[in-house]
Design a binder for this molecule. Structure first.
Ligand SMILES: NC(=O)c1ccc[n+]([C@@H]2O[C@H](COP(=O)([O-])OP(=O)(O)OC[C@H]3O[C@@H](n4cnc5c(N)ncnc54)[C@H](OP(=O)(O)O)[C@@H]3O)[C@@H](O)[C@H]2O)c1
Length: 270
């Protein structure tokens, strides 16, 4: 299939105020795309606009909370008014939580599901009529390796990313005849503000410093998937190994993961 051109592509990108989203939008603007960027922190979106002044693409910003139905409707309304259609919707915004399921409130589960699953699913629903009128339309979902193989202490986040992957797989087939591609990329740990913005933490949550992907590398691979219409891609070798070992050696993988948390838990009890 012919490559998708980014030049003049009308793109909605969520979670554009930091990390992977910030890098994605910067790259898209350099390639001549017209981007509507959203996130809650307006000053960060303004910084993104300032840093990309003079890029071939155009950037518009619409700050707001994606868990609000009003904000999702405002995004669709903006696109209808200014573009008449959407070519690509990038569902990137997300947040995590760390700590044992048994210690957490039901609020934590709901908050994680709201931003990591319900918000992208409902934003997609709001944008579908506009995607139908788009040029080679695509939905690009930013998942996670943890949506392929779950790990302990991130049960809510894993559940939300599994949900996103299952939903993506279903609508990929549903939307095929309408000509909308549903693509998904799954990064592994990436050096962003993700670990500083956890919704809740009941354990040591220092940002990992080694073996991380860089946000710009994730953005480059995600855009390559969009250009080449790759349906699903795990972005790192470590991520592929975890998924492979979980699929073929599930008990061994469980045992290794159990050992990785056991000392911490026994300290906690002690
Ligand atoms: N970092 C990792 O290790 C990693 C690994 C695999 C997958 N991912 C996924 O990659 C995506 C991007 O994360 P990141 O690593 O770039 O983290 P990040 O730097 O913390 O960025 C998260 C983005 O989501 C936005 N966001 C969070 N809650 C929101 C809400 N309620 N409404 C609107 N926007 C909201 C944040 O903006 P505001 O705070 O300004 O609203 C921010 O722009 C997420 O889906 C994440 O699950 C990350």
């Amino acid at each position: 299939m012919a490559k998708r051109s980014l030049n003049n592509m009308r793109v909605v990108a969520t979670g554009a105020s930091s990390g992977i989203g910030y890098a994605l939008v910067s790259r898209l603007l350099l390639s001549g795309a017209n981007v509507l960027a959203t996130a809650r922190r307006e000053e960060r979106l303004e910084q993104l606009a300032k840093e990309n002044e003079g890029a071939p693409g155009t950037l518009s910003i619409l700050p707001g909370d994606l868990t609000s139905a009003n904000h999702r409707a405002a995004i669709a309304a903006w696109c209808l008014e200014h573009w008449g259609a959407i070519d690509t919707l990038i569902n990137n915004a997300g947040a995590g939580a760390i700590g044992p399921f048994a210690d957490a409130s039901s609020d934590r589960l709901r908050q994680v599901m709201e931003i990591d699953f319900f918000a992208p699913a409902e934003l997609t629903r709001s944008c579908l009529p506009l995607l139908l009128g788009g040029n080679r339309p695509a939905i690009l979902n930013i998942g996670s390796v943890l949506g392929h193989r779950a790990v302990p202490l991130k049960s809510e986040y894993c559940a939300a990313k599994f949900a996103m992957r299952g939903w993506s797989e279903a609508i990929r087939v549903e939307l095929k005849r309408a000509g909308i591609d549903v693509l998904m990329v799954s990064p592994s740990t990436t050096r962003t503000e993700f670990f500083d913005s956890l919704l809740d933490t009941r354990t040591d949550s220092r940002s990992p410093s080694i073996g991380c992907m860089e946000p710009d590398a994730v953005a480059r691979l995600a855009i390559a998937s969009l250009v080449r219409s790759k349906r699903e891609r795990i972005l790192s070798l470590g991520g592929k190994l975890l998924v492979w070992s979980g699929r073929w050696f599930p008990s061994l993988t469980d045992a290794i993961l159990t050992r990785s948390i056991a000392p911490k838990q026994s300290n906690d009890r002690g």
